[in-house]
Design a binder for this molecule. Sequence first.
Ligand SMILES: [Zn+2]
Length: 117
Amino acid sequence: MLDNGQLDSFRQKLLQLQAGLSELQDTGDEAAKVVELDQTSVGRLSRMDALQGQAMSRERGRRRVLELQKIAAALRRIDAGDYGYCLACDEPIAPQRLALDPAVTLCIECATARESG
Ligand SMILES: [Zn+2]
């Protein structure tokens, strides 16, 4: 069971992660736009490189969106008083695990079971 001080420090951490990711997202979009504009002036090979870079930046963007959704969900769970409990088995998640990734939704047992199964 987490006390209010712990909940508050996890909330701060999540808000920091959220701010950092949102910033990256803006920069990422900017980079994708630049690639698009350059396509007319570059050769076929670098055009492919550019497209590949664009796909990678899209993939990074997609992961950032997922991460942001996870963080937003974690913040909602803090407000609802459900934070720190495994979504699969309802057992408390170890605070050390939350310290590593405050947006984590599964306890170590359930996460391990999912990875191996
Ligand atoms: Zn669990």
